[in-house]
Design a protein around this ligand. Structure first.
Ligand code: UTP
Length: 289
């Protein structure tokens, strides 16, 4: 069967971000900056690099800053132009006309429910899901690496990463089948396994390439771990019907939904920016002496 090209990406941004309160009380977690760009901007750039043409944001209450971020800010641009300031930095936020769609998740019922809210825009096409708070640094980017694998295997591909034993209960975890380089066959999936019951250390990270059938499955998906409708549970029901692989991504992942992960991401990225790297490095070395 021909492999359908991947053109659409879903960005679920309807979560409450409770681990980052009070910062996320009025500001969406996805708008927290790593150095000078919000997390959602990095995720959108990663999708564009991977060839995605349509960005679908699943938003919720209090998330309008994300919509504003990807709009043209006429007053700001006019004032800056009148003052002779360059608009170069703002240009990074421009998306092609018609390349953006917003769907509202009226109630944060879980990641699976958020993805399902985008079903009518996805239609009968494969699609990517990117969780912006999983901040991925790689060359090429994580989704581009996954697309390269998808073009060979088709079906469903999830990003996989080895995590320590005492952290598996925080993730969706893969029951691995045969391994072929960075690709692992997915034989089973379990969301947030209780301590001591995890099928492996291979955790699911916030990047997915999924076939549209998952939308039909989500339709009847009941609540799972944490009382939420889990994407992992719906994906598990597709195993066996379609190719399903985990791809171990070449690069670094920072969990920016977590305070320590967010701080390390800022430090790591700051050290790659020529205009601030030296100042930050000197300060960090001095602080750690
Ligand atoms: P998280 O598990 O990180 O939950 O969601 P959260 O609510 O965002 O944050 P905490 O745990 O309370 O601090 C994983 C991803 O799924 C999205 C989130 O926005 C995040 O990208 N999500 C989660 C939704 O879009 N809707 C939901 O109902 C739940």
């Amino acid at each position: 069967m021909a492999i359908k090209p991947l053109r659409k990406a879903v960005f679920p941004v309807g979560g409450l971000g409770t681990r980052f309160l009070p910062a996320t009380k009025a500001v969406p977690k996805e708008m927290l900056p790593v150095v000078d760009r919000p997390l959602i901007q990095y995720a959108v750039d990663e999708a564009i690099e991977a060839g995605i043409e349509q960005m679908i944001f699943v938003t919720g209450r209090g998330k309008s800053a994300i919509e504003d971020h990807f709009d043209i800010a006429y007053e700001l641009e006019a004032t800056m132009s009148a003052r002779g300031k360059s608009l170069k930095l703002l240009e990074q936020t421009r998306l092609a006309p018609g390349a953006v769609a917003y769907v509202r998740q009226q109630e944060p019922m879980g990641l699976g429910h958020a993805v399902w809210c985008a079903r009518d825009i996805i239609g009968d096409e494969p699609f990517a899901v990117l969780l912006a708070d999983d901040f991925m640094v790689g060359e090429p980017g994580c989704l581009k690496q996954m697309v390269a694998a998808y073009e060979k295997t088709g079906g469903n591909i999830i990003c996989a990463q080895e995590v320590p034993d005492d952290m598996t209960h925080m993730y969706g975890v893969i029951t691995p089948g045969t391994r072929d380089g960075a690709l692992t066959e997915v034989k089973g999936l379990v969301e947030k396994p209780a301590a001591g019951t995890s099928p492996s250390n291979l955790a699911v990270i916030g990047r997915y390439i999924l076939q549209p059938e998952v939308m039909r499955i989500l339709e009847t998906q009941g609540k799972g771990a944490g009382g939420e409708i889990q994407l992992t549970d719906a994906m598990a029901r597709m195993i066996g019907d379609q190719p399903f692989h985990g791809l171990t991504f070449q690069g670094k992942r920072y969990d920016c939904g977590d305070k320590a992960g967010y701080m390390t991401a800022n430090l790591a990225v700051a050290l790659t920016r020529p205009e601030i790297a030296e100042t930050v490095r000197i300060f960090a070395v001095d602080l750690l002496k």
